[in-house]
Ligand binder design. Structure first.
Ligand code: HAM
Length: 456
């Protein structure tokens, strides 16, 4: 393996990386407290219990729909995102964390790498790299962090988490069917209902195939020609290069002009129109409510045909809880075979916000607090804890240096259901005092009967 060249040490490197500063007494380490980077955050217990609850429910549901997990790297070649998400999108144009990797001694060129801003591109790359078409239809899901340099606010972070899924395969495996779109949308409605999230709204659109898009882009360009000069710089550039992206504009003054532009629904060809009708038909048959929104184009270039977003009332400005759609041409765009696909990504941070569930309601508290009383009892308590945890009982261990009062206080604070006293007398008789901290009832329980008693 060729070794990596040692990086040249740029001026000020130590100061930047180690935080050293020069003082009259020489070089001193900076002892200022280091905080998490803006837009990133620590997820702490007990809140992590809610995240675990959501992820367990999601995995359970994915199993019911026959999805399997895929894990792709957190960083990829920058090109992957530029080619799939699109150079004119906000994500690629403004929000990616990219860097030049070091040049290697073997002369291989430095690569531009990027922290993934989304996961669909990585999944399709993996589909091509591992010839996943040989498996027929792939139903894949992922849970993990994504990175975008956005202005942080509630519900919008620079490191955020997505729960996503992709259904991709050769057309012969049914990947193009409207039944796949409807199944994905029904899965999402079921998930939100199952988590107890009310007040969600599904907005649905079809943005057609590439031929429709070409005709629509032409119409947009024509309509934008007399308007663009009065619009923002992004719109002016997009009007020339990728007119569909004009719909991503957030500048309030541009909105009345954007409102006058032609609508995608007028440019769908017959097969795309039929496909979209079928999606709607199945959704109505399974009872998933939706609203049509022909201004919904999604902020990524790879979409074709069905595009959708679920919004939620309680999320304020960042009200898109999830988004997705079809990307029938993406595999070919990345050098692979034709592989129609559809997928979605839920913003997990936003899902947890919308869930608004107290951690206490999903957190498993200790079943028992084991209190060793007196010197030499730590080993015996550890032995008992090991036995009980196999059953599986959630056990917390105290320390022999604690007095009985402190053990009771700690057990109560932790919310344990029982406290188990491990003293010399108990060890000798192999029976232990077990107190129910709710009812106050205390009984002497032989060692072998502890597991069933604690589980009951
Ligand atoms: P997206 O609409 O860019 O789509 O992101 C999906 C979801 O991720 C959004 O609806 C939102 O809930 C969440 N999200 C996006 N940016 C942030 C942020 N900065 N902070 C917190 N949450 C955020 C995609 O990523 C596509 N890959 C979805 C897809 C999969 N399409 C087909 N397959």
């Amino acid at each position: 393996m060729p070794e990596e060249a040692a990086p040249a040490e740029p001026r000020g490197w130590r100061a930047l990386v180690l935080g050293e500063r020069t003082t009259p007494r020489g070089r001193e380490a900076d002892t200022a407290v280091i905080k998490a980077i803006r837009g990133t955050r620590d997820l702490l217990p007990p809140e992590t219990a809610v995240w675990n609850f959501v992820e367990a429910e999601v995995r359970d549901l994915f199993r019911a729909y026959n999805f399997q997990e895929i894990r792709t790297p957190i960083f990829e070649e920058t090109q992957l995102f530029a080619r799939s998400v699109g150079e004119e999108t906000d994500i690629v144009g403004k929000e990616m964390y990219s860097w030049e990797d070091r040049t290697r001694r073997d002369g291989e060129r430095a690569q531009s790498l990027t922290l993934r801003p989304e996961n669909t591109a990585g999944v399709v790359r993996a589909y091509i790299e591992h010839k996943l078409w040989e498996r027929g239809l792939n139903k894949l899901y992922y849970i993990g962090p994504q990175f975008r340099r956005e202005r942080p606010q509630k519900g919008r972070y620079r490191q955020f988490y997505q729960i996503g899924a992709e259904v991709i395969g050769p057309a012969s495996a049914g990947s193009e069917s409207a039944a796949r779109d409807a199944e994905i949308l029904e899965l999402l409605a079921t998930l939100l209902d199952r988590l107890g999230i009310e007040d969600w709204h599904l907005q649905l659109n079809s943005i057609g195939c590439s031929a429709d898009r070409a005709r629509y882009n032409e119409a947009l360009q024509e309509a934008l020609a007399p308007l663009a000069a009065k619009m923002c710089a992004d719109c002016q550039r997009r009007a020339m290069r990728n007119p569909l992206r004009v719909f991503d504009c957030k500048v309030p003054e541009d909105q009345p002009r954007i409102e006058t532009l032609p609508r995608m629904s007028q440019y769908l060809d017959e097969p795309c129109r039929k496909h979209f009708e079928q999606v709607q038909e199945i959704l109505s048959a399974v009872g998933v409510p939706f609203a049509l929104n022909d201004r919904l184009v999604r902020g990524l270039d790879y979409y074709t045909r069905t595009a959708f977003e679920f919004t939620h009332g309680a999320l304020g400005a960042q009200n898109a809880i999830l988004g997705g759609g079809r990307y029938d041409g993406l595999s070919e765009l990345l050098g692979g075979p034709k592989a129609p696909g559809i997928g979605f990504a839920i913003g997990e941070d936003r899902l947890v916000l919308a869930l608004n569930r107290p951690a206490e309601s999903v957190q498993r508290k200790p079943d028992v607090y084991i209190a060793p009383l007196g010197p030499g009892m730590n080993s015996e308590a550890a032995r008992l804890a090991r036995e009980l945890r196999c059953h599986p009982i959630v056990a917390e261990l105290g320390d022999e240096s604690f007095r009985l009062k402190k053990s009771f206080e700690t057990a109560t604070k932790l919310g344990a259901r029982y406290i188990l006293i491990v003293g010399e007398k108990e060890v000798k008789s192999d029976a232990f005092a077990l107190k129910n901290l709710e009812s106050g009832e205390q009984v002497l329980v032989p060692r072998t009967e502890l597991p069933p008693r604690l589980r009951s």
